[in-house]
Ligand binder design. Structure first.
Ligand SMILES: Cc1cc2nc3c(=O)[nH]c(=O)nc-3n(C[C@H](O)[C@H](O)[C@H](O)COP(=O)(O)OP(=O)(O)OC[C@H]3O[C@@H](n4cnc5c(N)ncnc54)[C@H](O)[C@@H]3O)c2cc1C
Ligand code: SF4
Ligand code: SF4
Ligand code: SF4
Length: 499
């Protein structure tokens, strides 16, 4: 610390200047303290280094709770987020190395069924016309099994146009690639999701890769951006039960957190769902996937970052850049320069994907009704031995609790998450219907260990009358031997609003 006030002033103004400078640099990004809370602190991966609190005038370190605390108004500048050692903020870490990028779209009138700008199909058309490839691997809809992907070897532009459009399920593209190589094709464009591209990349570059020493085949990797895919066995029966005729569907599209289904290319969607609603149908592998933009491809193509009926395209290798530039020169696609891309939108989604696995509940415990009839139906409101009770450290909430009603089964689903960051042992949970001063249907269970950030889900059977569910008040209480009562809340159940 300097003694000289003039020096102190200049130090503080230099500090203020750098704070303002970084604030300007981060403008337009959506990183804020809320994101830090969600992605790092609540996810349980905060190292408690205190950096976030050290850099922000409205944050201080809460020593009791072991986490940063807001003591003023957050401007959402994102400085804390960008200093935290656990966040991923470097663009290269988020979307890999690339030479240049474009906003692009097709210039070929026959490309009508394309997913977005038709860039993938147009590049395949260019590659066939210019004899740069003798085959391509694409994924088409199975004619016998609507909307199930079938990976195919194609050898001409017409089939590339027929294969346009996205199918949001895993496709066994590498199987088709190996068949193509066995059949003698030597220059092959391979279209696939980032996980497909990774497989080909590993096969061509890892020491034990099947294609590493097979020098005769050249594979051009065209990667599709990908946030998630769905299990056809689970999602299509759900769509069908919801009245969708899969044979009539011409397009499925994910846009701004919604999954839209179309019977008509240019019409309104026949049905739209939030991605959250469909989360349970997501392919489990996608929860562990961190690559949005196909980082190992020659060319990566997606829709985020560009407008409707356009694509964001990144050329990652020299050959990738040459192909895009030449296809544009020869009139297959229209391209706009790199700065036409809304890069913040791409980086935002890429970041969500990189951190999404932090928020996976690794173990979920489903509780069925306790069969121990003689257990006393009460929680530990008082500790068994007064001296045995431990004063909890800090002010962090022990449990976060949410509820939803499954009307068809007359069940109240209650999720309890250990939000305190350390193990809760011998957690006793009591649920009861409260009618005025009386309690009914007491239900109790004990969870031996609830790990930090672990969630348990409990199905509590509701009462039913002649008109269906009886909507009462339900009290949920929890206690542990060590801390006494740690949660108590009455949920006022109300009939679900009509959708
Ligand atoms: C599962 C999945 C998830 C996606 N998620 C996102 C996302 O979150 N954000 C985003 O910006 N973009 C996403 N995309 C990419 C986007 O849907 C378009 O594929 C991309 O923008 C290219 O558009 P296009 O008009 O050039 O494609 P088109 O010209 O229509 O060509 C699409 C090509 O993709 C191939 N294809 C279709 N389905 C599959 C499949 N399951 N596996 C392998 N190849 C397939 C087709 O054979 C065709 O050659 C996703 C794509 C898929 C398949
Ligand atoms: S003001 Fe900026 S640095 Fe402070 S908490 Fe909010 S986003 Fe973080
Ligand atoms: S900077 Fe990140 S890791 Fe460090 S205390 Fe803050 S949230 Fe935790
Ligand atoms: S999210 Fe990842 S694992 Fe899932 S389909 Fe996309 S690239 Fe593959």
């Amino acid at each position: 610390m300097t003694e000289n006030p003039a020096e102190a002033k200049s130090e503080s103004s230099q500090y203020d200047y750098s704070f303002d400078y970084i604030q300007k640099k981060l403008e337009g990004k959506k990183d804020s303290f809320g994101m830090l809370m969600k992605e790092i602190i609540r996810a349980g991966i905060c190292t408690e280094c205190g950096t976030c609190a050290a850099v922000c005038p409205v944050l201080e370190w809460d020593h009791l709770a072991g986490q940063p605390k807001l003591i003023g108004k957050c401007t959402g500048c994102g400085i804390c987020y960008n200093q935290c050692p656990r966040t991923i903020t470097d663009p290269i870490q988020l979307m890999g190395e690339f030479k240049t990028g474009y906003v692009s779209n097709t210039n070929i009138p026959e490309v009508i069924g394309a997913q977005d700008g038709g860039t993938v199909t147009s590049l395949l058309s260019y590659l066939f016309d210019e004899h740069l490839i003798d085959a391509a691997i694409v994924s088409m809809k199975d004619p016998k099994n609507p909307w199930h992907p079938v990976a195919q070897i194609i050898t001409n532009k017409d089939d590339a146009i027929k294969a346009a459009g996205s199918i949001y399920s895993h496709s066994q593209t590498v199987e088709a690639l190996m068949d193509a190589i066995r059949e003698g094709y030597r220059s092959i464009a391979f279209v696939g999701t980032p996980c497909n591209i990774d497989a080909v990349d590993k096969m061509t570059s890892s020491p034990a890769g099947m294609l590493k020493y097979f020098m005769r085949a050249h594979i051009l990797k065209i990667g599709l951006f990908c946030m998630d895919s769905f299990s056809p066995e689970a999602i299509y029966p759900f769509f069908e039960q919801d009245g969708i005729d899969l044979t009539k569907v011409v397009k499925m599209d994910i846009n701004k957190g919604k999954f839209h289904i179309y019977y008509d290319y240019d019409g309104e969607p026949v049905k739209s769902y939030t991605i959250k609603e469909l989360d349970k149908f997501k392919s489990s592998s996608c929860n562990f996937c961190t690559d949005l933009t196909a980082e190992n491809a020659d060319i990566s193509i997606g829709s985020v970052g560009s407008g409707p009926k356009k694509n964001t395209a990144f050329a990652r290798t020299g050959i990738g850049a040459e192909i895009i530039e030449d296809a544009a020169k020869k009139g297959y696609i229209k391209i706009e320069p790199y700065n036409a891309i809304n890069l913040n939108a791409v980086l935002f989604l890429a970041k969500l994907k990189k951190v999404s696995q932090y928020n996976i509940q690794k173990r979920k415990v489903f509780i069925v009704q306790d069969s121990k009839e003689h257990e006393e139906p009460k929680v530990e409101t008082k500790p068994e031995a007064e001296e045995g009770i431990v004063k909890p450290l800090g002010s962090r909430k022990f449990l976060s609790v949410s509820k939803s009603i499954k009307e068809e089964d007359a069940v109240l689903n209650i999720s309890l998450t250990n939000s305190v960051g350390y193990l809760l042992e011998d957690l006793k949970i009591r649920i009861v219907i409260v009618e005025e001063l009386f309690e009914k249907k007491p239900w109790i269970t004990t969870i031996r260990e609830l790990f930090p950030y672990e969630t348990i889900e409990i199905g509590y059977p509701l009462e039913t009358g002649t008109d269906g569910i009886v909507y009462s008040n339900v009290l949920v209480e929890a206690s542990t031997k060590k801390y006494g009562k740690i949660f108590s809340r009455t949920f006022k159940l109300a009939p679900q609003e009509e959708k």
